[in-house]
Design a protein around this ligand. Structure first.
Ligand code: HMG
Ligand code: MG
Length: 303
């Protein structure tokens, strides 16, 4: 296996993880959780989103969360932003990075952000330009890359078209989303073979949801193809409320365990991450999907 020596993990749990939860996690608990994550060695935390609070009620307190967290030097605190109205609020929150997002499939784009793909481009262009002028870094997401809950298979040309448009807007990194967790390693290999002819590996991240248990295998394939940045969510929380059947992101705890055991450096301290994930599990009142978390908790109970 040809694998990298180091991998960057982008923690999206406080945003992707909580956006799909019906339970509203108290602002103070979100803040405490993000503060614990900030101490774990993670270098990027997607804190929340500045979408319409009616669309995502569980993240309606994004401004407050940003104001209350204790920022650690060297950690980038990002937020998901759909339009200029969202960016205004995000700048007030003093985000470090703006994450703009859209889909490669028309129906998901429409259901998720209430616009066609074509009419999304000028909106995100303005957000990216304004964020860059405010000295923020900008990340782009393209969703439904490996399958759409409404349309099924997604045209590779559409993925390329949306990705190129996002790079033209000035994004520094593009995260390719398996929104509903349908990808398999062969599909990852075939798609990356095409995309890596157009975009450098160090500008791409992969964002796997683990709905069908294939996320770690997909990651391994992507690493063999030269990808070194991955999104994940502590505990395996996550999902898109506008993608029926979507469940959690691959669990940060499982990713870090696998990589560190393989001598691939993540910079994340597993005990500190465990403290953060155990904390949020208690607040969710249910067992979270992370295998590593449950194994560790089982070991604690038995000892
Ligand atoms: P809209 O209703 O079309 O918005 O929603 P609009 O522009 O027509 O404005 C309607 C009203 O909303 C106006 O207020 C605006 O000011 C207000 P009024 O004048 O009527 O009083 N408004 C806002 N208020 C607060 N914040 C804003 C905002 N924008 C407009 N930002 C919109 C369009 C994009 C806002 C809506 O569809 C939305 O919020 N969608 C977000 C849905 C979402 O967050 N989905 C999950 C994230 S994506 C994801 O999970 C995938 C990812 O993880 C990758 C993967 O897994 O593939 C990233
Ligand atoms: Mg997602």
């Amino acid at each position: 296996m040809k694998l990298p020596k180091e991998v960057t993990i982008k923690e999206v749990g406080p945003r992707d993880g909580l956006q799909n939860e019906t339970k509203f996690v108290a602002t103070a608990d979100k803040v405490d959780w993000i503060n614990l994550l900030s101490l774990s060695g993670l270098k990027y935390i997607e804190v929340s989103s500045f979408v319409h609070p009616k669309w995502i009620p569980s993240l309606a307190d994004s401004l407050e969360v940003f104001k209350q967290i204790k920022r650690q030097h060297g950690v980038t605190y990002g937020a998901l932003i759909p339009n200029e109205k969202g960016l205004e609020r995000a700048l007030e929150a003093n985000i470090d990075e703006a994450a703009i997002f859209m889909s490669a499939s028309e129906t998901h784009n429409q259901k998720n952000i209430n616009k066609s793909i074509d009419s999304t481009f000028p909106v995100l262009h303005n957000v990216a330009q304004a964020a860059l002028s405010a000295n923020k870094t900008v990340r782009g997401y393209v969703s439904t890359v490996f399958g759409c809950p409404y349309e099924g298979k997604v045209d590779t040309e559409s993925i390329i078209h949306v990705s190129e448009k996002l790079f033209e807007m000035g994004i520094q990194e593009l995260s390719l989303g398996d929104t509903i967790g349908v990808a398999n390693p062969k599909q990852v290999e075939l798609l990356l073979e095409i995309l890596l002819k157009r975009f450098p590996a160090d500008k791409l991240a992969l964002h796997f949801h683990d709905t069908r248990g294939t996320a770690l295998a997909n990651m391994l394939t992507a690493m063999e193809m030269g990808i070194t940045t991955f999104d994940s969510a502590a505990g395996g929380l996550g999902g898109c409320p506008y993608a029926p059947g979507a469940s959690g992101n691959v669990a940060t705890d499982d990713v870090v365990y696998m990589l560190e055991e393989m001598n691939i450096h993540t910079g994340v301290d597993q005990d500190k991450l465990f403290a953060a994930t155990s904390f949020i599990q208690q607040k969710m009142d249910r067992a979270l999907p992370s295998h590593n978390l449950q194994a560790r908790l089982g070991a604690v109970i038995r000892s």
